[in-house]
Design a protein. Structure first.
Length: 165
């Protein structure tokens, strides 16, 4: 299913990649993600995220920005930043994250200790990575069955609707 197919009034968990594609103007997916987030902004849809989403987004934005500025591959950034922490000073990533967090009609819900316990079981059952399993656990606790994501791994989870750009 596509992002444009989400019924008006839906409450939907938003995965990190939707924000990332919008912020970074992904050449193929930016417009689709922007249009979806515009629907959230207008109140047509109610978005939900957890601190895990914001953390993933912030981390990806930081890595990408430093990698580009230093002319290195993203996987080399963490080691470089440990040696040269000043590289994080003044990054646009701080402002970009703040702007994403200010989008209207996005509810930030907590991650509870019980979500972690549930996430381990979800990971085992559906072969999901830890953060993806945490997203599923939070969605289950919140009674959300719709997910906006470009991550095809979520298709392995029964009982949810995955809307992709």
């Amino acid at each position: 299913m596509n992002l444009k197919d989400i019924p008006q009034g839906s409450r939907i968990f938003i995965d990190t990649n939707i924000f990332f594609f919008d912020i970074t103007h992904h050449p193929m997916l930016w417009k689709l993600c922007k249009d979806f987030l515009d629907r959230v902004k207008s109140g047509e849809l109610q978005g939900v995220v957890s601190p895990i989403v914001w953390n993933e987004l912030f981390h990806q934005l930081m890595l990408g920005e430093v990698a580009k500025a230093q002319g290195i591959e993203s996987f080399r950034v963490a080691k470089l930043v440990k040696r040269t922490p000043r590289l994080l000073k003044g990054l646009r990533a701080y402002n970009l994250l703040e702007a994403a967090q200010q989008i209207p009609n996005i509810h930030l819900t907590d991650v509870l200790a019980t979500d972690w316990t549930a996430a381990v079981e979800i990971s085992k059952k559906h072969q999901l990575l830890a953060n993806d399993a945490l997203h599923m656990a939070v969605m289950k606790r919140e009674g959300i069955d719709s997910l906006a994501s470009d991550d095809s791994d979520f298709r392995r989870v029964s009982g949810i609707k995955v809307y992709q750009p």
